[in-house]
Ligand binder design. Structure first.
Ligand SMILES: [Zn+2]
Ligand SMILES: [Zn+2]
Length: 710
């Protein structure tokens, strides 16, 4: 074949099939006689169709993940070659690139069994596959993508087929017949075991998964059953305690789990202990759901018995539930330490997706210094106030009144009232509540001016976001206190173990159940897990307002219709309910319901997030002077923002999560397989819109409000 030297001589191919693979394209040699690549040119818009097609390779069904990415902005180059990239992405078969063994080092993919006692510790998913390709969005022609695909065979470094039905030689005795277990199935099986699901159910799902990758027969089923049983035993016997000494134990864990760590700093004379954990799956979720969206921090308030505090970074998934995407264990909230791990995390994300950025950062702790991304800080501190009030004042009426007064101070920003007067009154009236007043004066008053100013300028988290974060917090607490009687809370290795096994598994399975429309009970529980979603189930007729002074609202109990709950301060973030959930310092569904109910009524003031939204819009509107460049600029930006919001609203209100998922990076997503091997992947197929209609909750008003902005 001739070598083509100019990219302009390469034809653009656009196969008619919905999905296509490398076999459907004709490949050209591009470069010089000494150095050339196999390339094909396709429309940039068809890149996803190509990747999906490439994943459904009959001989080696797999997934491709983004191993590396780079990006440059338009106009940044004065001179460039015709094949220069605007975006560069290296996709690698998920059975590669490395073959990790115990200890985190890279082991070559071996043909024969090693004489080690601990075979099981070697994950089966990393097979050292070398298959990879590059997608270059062209700088000169951004509507086109250049595919560079030199290593098209799914082989390891020694040249042997390393996964799929054609791989005859595998690691370990009898492995010839053992079906390969890809990342996804392995994770699914592990998650189910960690969550205590009975072995027979785990096995059934495991076999269903394997059938996507190859024929199933009696031998395969027996081996699968052994695999699941063995994995169960390993998990049961595994312990967090790798060493009697906690510190040594953690060092060993770090050594073994390098891929799941984005920052580690051991205790020394000059530095405090910091451990930042993020699994590959969490990284992918952070990229999927964090980009151009919100990231929130949840600190372990109320879990004081832990040896080191835990900070969780959360994103909001396609159901607007909080999803943990990174955990940081450290005692230090000093700026240099925080910025160290935060930078490491950002770098990790940007190494995969250089264009990744967030639109807002929610924090719940006034003391935290979140400098690297503080310019977009939002606040969710109200629940933290509520918890402190509940903890520090025993009388419910006092609690209610303090909460209401705090609300007054906060709302004073918009009412133009001097907050310092309200603050003084608060101090005088509750002088007997020493514990709370001391806490408030020490933690909040010194910074309150800054907080109130920033609240006026920055968007505030809505109750939906606060509710979602809280749902995570509650789940975390339940998991942690599960076996706290062991005195384990004082060990870091125990916390790490708990997070990376049980908690990680439960979130993985929630998402998986939702995206693949399987595990119906898991899915339903997951959907209903926030106060927001539970509130949407309460009918309007169960809410009555006290029409005179709007002092309270009554909500009929959903469990027992003879009972009603009283919600004080209705229509405000400072609402307070008398149900047991609220009394323990949580945001209950009654409060959420009453607030949704009040939102559209004239006599109630709009929520804080709505007020700050209005304030921002008004400022935006005032800024430009007529007929200026800044006016043009504002118009362009506003238009862009509007489009983005509309897109988001569309996604959120979509009844078919499959549509949302289709537009996201490929790894970990169940795609329709074009494989002819095995049975049709019924359990893993994406849900059709008709199927999921019934379970999708009513859209909430706020989204409708946004969509009406047009
Ligand atoms: Zn491969
Ligand atoms: Zn309640």
């Amino acid at each position: 074949m001739d070598i083509i030297e100019s990219i302009l001589n390469i034809p653009v191919q656009d196969p008619p099939e919905e999905e296509f693979s490398s076999a459907d394209l004709s490949w050209s040699k591009f470069g010089t006689a000494d150095r050339h690549d196999n390339v094909a040119l396709i429309p940039y818009a068809r890149v996803d169709a190509f990747i999906i097609g490439e994943c459904s390779n009959v001989e080696c069904p797999t997934r491709f993940h983004i191993e590396r990415g780079r990006k440059r902005s338009k106009g940044s180059l004065k001179e460039y070659k015709s094949d220069e990239y605007l975006e560069y992405r290296l996709y690698w078969c998920s059975f590669g690139p490395e073959n990790y063994g115990e200890g985190g080092g890279i082991l070559p993919s071996r043909r024969y069994r090693l004489n080690t006692r601990n075979r099981a510790a070697r994950p089966q998913s990393m097979r050292g596959c070398t298959c990879h390709f590059v997608v270059k969005r062209l700088y000169a022609r951004p509507s086109l993508a250049l595919l560079i695909y030199n290593d098209r065979r799914h082989v390891n470094k020694s040249g042997f087929v390393c996964h799929g039905p054609l791989d005859g030689d595998a690691i370990g005795p009898g492995a010839k017949k053992v079906p390969y277990v890809c990342n996804e199935i392995q994770q699914q099986t592990m998650s189910m075991i960690y969550l205590g699901i009975p072995e027979e159910n785990v096995l059934e799902k495991h076999i269903e998964g394997l059938q996507r990758y190859g024929d199933s027969n009696a031998t395969v089923n027996i081996l699968a059953s052994q695999y699941v049983h063995k994995l169960g035993m390993i998990i049961k016997r595994s312990t967090h305690e790798l060493d009697l000494d906690d510190q040594a134990s953690i060092r060993m864990w770090v050594e073994r789990n390098k891929k799941s760590i984005f920052f580690y700093q051991d205790t020394s004379e000059t530095n405090p202990f910091v451990l930042g954990i993020q699994t590959e799956w969490q990284l992918q979720q952070m990229i999927r759901f964090g980009h151009r969206s919100l990231v929130a921090a949840d600190s372990t308030f109320g879990i004081k018995r832990l040896k080191y505090p835990l900070c969780t970074l959360l994103v909001f998934d396609s159901r607007r539930h909080a999803l943990p995407v990174a955990w940081v264990i450290t005692r230090s909230i000093a700026k240099p330490d925080v910025s160290k791990w935060m930078k490491a995390l950002l770098n990790r994300v940007r190494a995969v997706d250089p264009g990744w950025r967030i639109n807002g950062f929610l924090i719940d702790d006034a003391a935290a210094e979140t400098d690297p991304i503080r310019h977009c800080g939002l606040t969710t501190f109200i629940l933290s106030w509520l918890r402190n009030i509940v903890k520090r004042c025993s009388n419910i009426e006092v609690q209610r009144e303090i909460f209401k007064r705090l609300g007054k101070i906060v709302y004073s920003i918009w009412d133009g009232v001097d907050y310092s007067v309200a603050l003084k009154e608060l101090n005088q009236d509750f002088v007997d509540q020493t514990s709370f007043v001391q806490y408030f004066n020490a933690s909040w008053v010194p910074k309150i001016e800054m907080w109130l100013t920033s609240m006026r300028n920055l968007p505030l988290a809505s109750q939906e976001a606060s509710g979602a974060i809280e749902a995570y917090h509650v789940k975390l607490k339940v998991k942690l206190y599960d076996d706290s009687h062991l005195g384990a809370l004082q060990r870091v290795d125990w916390l790490v173990h708990k997070l990376t096994t049980e908690l990680h598994s439960s979130y993985w399975l929630d998402r998986y159940a939702d995206e693949s429309d399987s595990f119906q009970n898991v899915k339903e529980e997951y959907i209903a897990s926030t106060s927001w979603h539970r509130a949407l189930q309460i009918p309007d007729c169960d809410v009555t307002l006290d029409d005179k002074d709007h002092l309270f609202a009554k909500v009929v109990s959903q469990k027992d219709s003879s009972l009603t709950h009283l919600v004080w301060n209705p229509g405000s973030e400072f609402a307070f309910c008398d149900c047991s959930w609220s009394i323990r310092g949580n945001l209950c569904k009654h409060v959420v319901k009453v607030n949704i109910f009040c939102e559209n009524r004239q006599e109630f003031q709009p929520s804080m997030s709505c007020q700050s939204f209005k304030e921002i819009l008004t400022n935006l509107w005032r800024k430009p002077t007529e007929d200026s460049i800044s006016l043009d600029l504002s118009m362009a930006w506003t238009q862009q923002i509007l489009e983005q919001i509309q897109k988001l609203v569309e996604l959120n209100s979509s009844n078919d999560i499959g549509c949302v998922v289709n537009n996201m990076p490929l790894k970990w997503i169940a795609k329709r397989g074009r494989t002819s091997v095995g049975k049709p992947p019924s359990a893993l197929a994406l849900p059709s819109s008709s199927k999921s209609n019934a379970i999708v909750p009513k859209r909430n008003r706020k989204r409708k409000r946004l969509s009406r902005l047009r």
